[in-house]
Design a protein around this ligand. Structure first.
Ligand SMILES: C[S@@+](CC[C@H](N)C(=O)[O-])C[C@H]1O[C@@H](n2cnc3c(N)ncnc32)[C@H](O)[C@@H]1O
Ligand code: SF4
Ligand code: SF4
Length: 332
């Protein structure tokens, strides 16, 4: 058996072991709106068309999703609170007894504190985005004033008793500073976890992508860091995986993502093309889930061939997955 195939089996076996310790919550992810109060240079969501998810879809979605084991819902966007019916959406999720997660840029943290208060006991996490511990670098990516707002947000959510994560997109401007960033966060704002997101390619952020060498630097830094912070969970949320098929979405039904048009999409880290499975307004969830598994098999099939046959192709991250998805949906 050649070394590439052995590596492939080792990676799959590793993921299988990981499953035993997978978190007990199964998340429905709602991309509530594509509107936003920021215009970050990294952003994978694309131009806002002021599209908001129809709350009328949620009662049916939650009822069925709970039956197949999903017990939590995470709100993302765009910026979730910009959805004109965010309060109503929280009420529907609350009525279904779902645990709640929020992904936010933190700018409107005072509004979030108010609207979340009645559901505080159900909130599982709040993730606040911060791309550098250096104000100038963060603000050059996420916009003026965003550093201060994010820091205020993390402190205030922590003070209110929520479990707070920092989401950090690893890119050209910050990958060398990983140790300093984690050290800063741990000393000052003290989040409960740091999620490192590999930067996903869009047409607009190519200058921020890491090349293969830079990814190696990132992995070395990460390897040194992990043993040092036992009280803080530092994890890679999207690419750069160290081996192919590391993403949990390749194994089963890991997350269930609905976008702001009411469509089931393959995962929330897909860019704009190729990931749409169909609309919940037109087809029942069970039918769309069939499409999900077909798409998953198509991706795996393509990836196995690339991993085994192509020496130099980088097959380990969301960018690769997004490329396959694009090619699977002609015309999109
Ligand atoms: C799309 S945003 C939506 C929620 C909210 N507006 C925020 O910024 O946290 C969700 C997360 O994706 C991250 N993100 C943005 N562009 C990305 C990219 N190209 N690759 C990976 N993550 C990205 C954001 O920094 C944020 O942490
Ligand atoms: S990353 Fe979040 S805050 Fe920034 S533009 Fe995208 S959706 Fe808005
Ligand atoms: S884009 Fe692909 S590799 Fe990335 S998280 Fe989604 S399913 Fe996994």
């Amino acid at each position: 058996m050649n070394e590439r195939i052995k590596g492939l089996f080792r990676a799959l076996a590793k993921r299988g072991r990981g499953l035993k310790t997978a978190p007990p919550l199964g998340f429905i992810i709602l991309i509530l709106t594509n509107r936003c109060n920021l215009k970050c240079k990294t952003c994978l969501r694309g131009e806002s068309t002021a599209q908001d998810l129809d709350p009328g879809l949620l009662d049916g979605l939650f009822t069925k999703a709970k039956r197949i084991g999903f017990n939590a819902v995470a709100f993302t966007g765009g910026e979730p609170i910009i959805h004109p019916k965010f309060g109503e959406i929280l009420r529907i999720a609350g009525t279904h007894g779902l645990k709640l997660g929020l992904v936010t840029n933190g700018v409107r943290w005072t509004d979030y504190l108010k609207v979340l208060a009645p559901y505080a006991g159900q909130v599982n996490f709040i993730a606040v985005s911060l791309d550098s511990h250096i104000r100038e670098i963060n603000d050059s990516i996420r916009g003026p004033g965003t550093y201060d707002k994010a820091i205020e947000a993390v402190r205030s959510f922590k003070k209110a008793g929520y479990s707070v994560r920092i989401s950090h997109v690893v890119n050209k401007k910050n990958y060398r500073d990983l140790a300093d960033f984690v050290g800063f966060a741990n000393r000052t704002v003290k989040p409960d976890a740091i999620n490192l997101l590999g930067i996903i390619k869009t047409g607009e952020n190519t200058d921020l992508l890491l090349n293969a060498e830079e990814k190696t630097v990132f992995h070395k830094e990460l390897g040194k860091l992990l043993p040092r912070y036992r009280n803080l969970r530092v994890c890679i949320s999207t690419g750069y995986y160290k081996a192919p098929f590391y993403c949990p979405s390749f194994l089963g039904l890991n997350e269930l993502t609905v976008n702001c048009n009411g469509e089931l999409v393959f995962c929330c880290d897909n860019t704009r093309t190729g990931a749409t499975l169909g609309s919940l307004k037109e087809r029942p969830l069970e039918e769309l889930l069939r499409e999900y598994f077909i798409r998953q098999m198509e991706i795996k099939d393509r990836a196995i061939k690339d991993v085994v046959n192509s020496e130099n192709k980088s097959t380990h991250d969301c960018n690769y997955c997004n490329e396959i998805l694009k090619s699977l949906t002609p015309g999109k």
